[in-house]
Design a protein around this ligand. Structure first.
Ligand code: HEM
Length: 423
């Protein structure tokens, strides 16, 4: 008899906690119904279960209750984030994505560098640019009566804001858009490696250039910063820049795509927001909860018991923000999208604990402005005739394809705005 070591169940996992499916393959295969399927896990599985395989990864614990997930995220000493992404390894290098892959106490040192750049006040300073960029992109399609939402808006919008935030050339948008898609949305390791090499090459050149000519940009800020009284190493510079690239682009693109698919299918909720734009911040929170996109992992550093599960040192744990935010113990009717929802704890779409998303204020502002301006500048929209939205669970959850359609207002010039990008 041969034993498949990749899926062999370790002896400390009791049989009744084993759910014999590949969670990732199932979620991907569910497509359209991925969230309904995730919500169903709350009705059909133990609070913490073990899956023998997670895509190309080996067996993993899956806690599904928000309370357990919070407890895990609050204990980074026991649940480590070190070494969870493959990029440096694929290139035969040893830098790490800081602060994401750094545990306390060092985590705080990197986080302290980033926090001041992402405060609500810093986001306020970007607000005009965010509005101007969104307005330009929307006005470009308003009179067409339909658009390829991903290509015309969802990818371009956060990429331009990211470049603006970093102080990097806006003309690089096509290149960065291409890299985001190929790095994060590909399972082909050769493609991921080639793209990681191209991106790190670009960042390294930029760091070298800024060393010679410091400017008013993110890279120059890091070059002038210190950790423990010393300058950052080249590897630290690279890891931080690379992380912001990964964290800030595809996440916002994916969330916007899911938000707009929902609104295109729910004209009554579009009408609700058009009639009462003050509800938009609530809508952003409810859509972030309902359509969470990120799944993280942690490595157990010491044996620990949570409920029925005895987790052993070296075990992997999946942290699914979708499962946390669809937990019926926390949210009444979790599958219902309700912009007036008052029940439930704050959602965990941006995680919890020390690694909680540093870009959450920026992301929220981008999402709010996208909703506000689309509803202001575009008449009621729907899924475009003859098209079928395509969902994807590769990388983070999001929309692979989404075409929208509306009836342009006949006889009027395209909506114009005094707001223009101050590039
Ligand atoms: C809707 C958009 C976004 C979502 C849903 C999101 C989600 C998350 C989540 C779940 C984490 C925690 C990962 C973990 O615990 O292992 C995280 C961390 C992070 N995010 Fe975001 N994010 C978004 C947008 C952004 C943006 C716009 C930026 C920056 C431009 C950003 C930068 C980061 C960074 C640097 C971290 C690491 C923080 C740390 O380890 O201390 N994110 N994000």
């Amino acid at each position: 008899m041969t034993v498949d070591h990749a899926t062999a169940i370790p002896s400390h996992i009791p049989a009744h906690l084993v759910q014999d499916f590949d969670l990732w393959a199932e979620l991907t295969a569910q497509g359209e119904n991925a969230y309904a399927w995730a919500a169903n896990l709350h009705r059909s599985t133990p609070p913490i279960f073990w899956v023998p395989r997670l895509s190309f990864l080996a067996g993993t614990w899956v806690p599904r209750r928000a309370e357990d997930l919070r407890r895990i995220l609050q204990d980074p000493e026991t649940f480590s984030s070190v070494g969870l992404t493959p990029y440096a390894m694929l290139l035969g290098e040893s830098w790490r994505l800081a602060p994401l892959e750094v545990d306390p106490p060092d985590h705080a040192k990197y986080r302290a560098l980033l926090n001041p750049l992402f405060t609500p006040k810093k986001v306020d300073a970007l607000e005009q640019d965010i509005r101007a960029l969104a307005t330009q992109l929307i006005e470009a399609v308003a009179q067409q009566g339909r658009c390829d939402f991903n290509e015309d808006f969802a990818k371009a919008f956060p990429t331009l804001i990211f470049l603006k935030l970093m102080g990097w050339p806006l003309e690089e948008r096509p290149l960065f858009q291409h890299w985001t898609q190929t790095l994060i949305k590909s399972f082909d390791m050769q493609v991921v490696t080639d793209n990681a090499r191209a991106i790190t090459g670009w960042i390294r050149n930029h760091i070298a250039e800024r060393r010679l000519n410091p400017g008013d940009d993110f890279t120059s800020y890091l070059l002038a910063s210190q950790i423990d009284g010393r300058a950052l190493t080249d590897d630290e510079m690279l890891g931080i820049n690379f992380l912001i690239f990964i964290g800030g682009l595809d996440t916002v693109t994916s969330s916007i795509g899911l938000f707009f698919r929902h609104l295109a299918r729910h004209p009554e909720q579009q009408a609700q927001l058009r009639a009462d734009p003050e509800l938009i911040p609530n809508a952003v929170e409810e859509l972030l909860r309902s359509y969470s996109i990120v799944n993280m992992r942690r490595t157990v550093t010491r044996d620990v018991q949570i409920g029925e599960a005895l987790m052993k040192k070296g075990d992997m744990v999946l942290i699914s923000t979708e499962l946390a935010n669809l937990d019926p113990e926390v949210f009444d009717n979790p599958e219902q999208v309700d912009f007036l929802r008052s029940s439930g704890a704050p959602h965990m779409a941006f995680s919890y604990g020390v690694h909680r998303c540093v870009g959450s204020h920026l992301a929220r502002r981008e999402l709010r402005i996208a909703l506000e301006l689309w509803l202001k500048l575009i008449p009621p929209f729907r899924i475009a005739d003859g098209t079928q939205p395509r969902f994807s669970a590769v990388g983070v959850f999001g929309m692979e394809d989404l075409h929208l359609q509306w009836d342009p207002v006949v006889g009027t010039a395209p909506a114009t705005s005094a707001e223009r990008l101050s590039a």
